[in-house]
Design a protein around this ligand. Structure first.
Ligand code: SAH
Length: 245
C-alpha cells in the first residue's frame, strides 16, 4: 500500500511523526486543485533533514489543507559530496541541467560564469524550485544546495582544501572518464565543471591545467552539448566512484 503512494512533497521544515504540517500555497493548490485530493488521502512527505514520512490530508476546504505526519518510512540519507559547476545556458536547457543534476545526486549546484558564458538572467529561486520538484519526483531525501552564480575565477580562488575539481575537457588532451574516476577514492569530495556552449577559453584551460587540485577529464571523441556533458560527467562519476556502487 505505502509503496503505491506516488505523491511526494518536500516540507521546508523539520518534521516529526504526530506533527501537523501546513503546506505552502502552491503545494496546497497542487494537492487540492490539480490532483483533486481531499481529507483522508495519503501522501509521502520528506523534510530534507530527518527523512520521509507517511502522511494524510487531515483537513481540507477549497483553499487550505492540513497534513498530519504519520510513521517514518525512511531515515535521512544524504547525497555524495559532489558539486556540479556549470555555465548557465538557455532557460529550458538550464532547467534540464538542474533537474538532471538533482536526479543524478549532485549535492550542490553552482552556476559558474566563464569567459564565453552567454545566459539569460540567472534566477536562483527558479533553480531552487526546479531542484525541489526533481527531488520530489526522484525520491531523493535531500535537496541540492543552489549557489549564487559566481565567476569561475572567484570560485577557483576560494577553492576548499581536499576537494578535487574535475573539468570536462573536450580538447582530447585529458584522460578518459572511466580511467580518471575509476582511480579516484570512492565518495571523496569532488566537483565536476562543464563549460558553456562556446567551450572554455584557451586561458581558462591553461589556468585549470596548472591548478594542483584540478584534473581534466575526457568524455570521448564526440563534442557533447553542455547539458549532455553534465549528465555524462555526473553519471560516470556516480558509476565509478559514487553511490551507484
Ligand atoms: N565550443 C566547443 C564545445 C563546447 S561543449 C566546440 O565546439 O569545440 C560544452 C562543454 O561540454 C565543454 O566546455 C566541456 O566542458 C564539455 N564537453 C563537451 N564534449 C566533451 C567531451 N567530449 N569531453 C569532455 N568534455 C566535453
Amino acid at each position: 500500500m505505502k509503496k503505491n503512494i506516488k505523491i511526494r512533497l518536500y516540507a521546508g521544515q523539520k518534521l516529526n511523526s504526530g506533527d501537523e504540517w501546513i503546506p505552502e500555497a502552491t503545494q496546497t493548490h497542487y494537492l487540492l486543485n490539480v490532483l483533486r485530493l481531499s481529507a483522508g488521502d495519503k501522501l509521502k512527505v520528506f523534510d530534507g533533514q530527518s527523512g520521509e514520512y507517511l502522511a494524510e490530508i487531515s483537513q481540507a476546504n477549497k483553499k487550505n489543507c492540513a497534513i498530519s505526519i504519520g510513521e517514518k518510512l525512511r531515515d535521512m540519507e544524504t547525497s555524495p559530496d559532489l558539486w556540479l559547476m556549470f555555465a548557465p545556458v538557455k532557460k529550458d536547457k538550464t532547467d534540464f541541467i538542474i533537474a538532471g543534476a538533482t536526479e543524478l545526486g549532485a549535492s550542490k549546484i553552482m552556476p559558474t560564469i566563464t569567459r564565453y558564458t552567454i545566459s539569460e538572467r540567472i534566477k536562483k529561486e527558479r533553480f531552487e524550485a526546479q531542484a525541489i520538484e526533481a527531488a520530489e519526483q526522484c525520491r531523493r531525501l535531500d535537496i541540492p544546495e543552489i549557489a549564487e552564480a559566481q565567476p569561475l575565477e572567484n570560485i577557483l580562488k576560494n577553492w576548499p582544501q581536499g576537494r578535487i575539481l574535475y573539468f570536462m575537457d573536450e580538447s582530447r588532451q585529458s584522460e578518459d572518464a572511466a580511467k580518471v574516476f575509476g582511480s579516484a577514492a570512492p565518495l571523496s569530495a569532488a566537483a565536476v565543471l562543464v563549460g558553456p556552449e562556446g567551450g572554455f577559453s584557451e586561458e581558462e584551460l591553461q589556468r585549470l591545467r596548472t591548478l594542483p587540485f584540478a584534473k581534466g577529464v575526457s568524455l570521448g571523441k564526440r563534442i557533447l552539448r553542455a547539458e549532455t556533458a553534465v549528465m555524462a560527467a555526473l553519471s560516470c562519476w556516480q558509476a565509478q566512484c559514487g553511490d551507484w556502487k
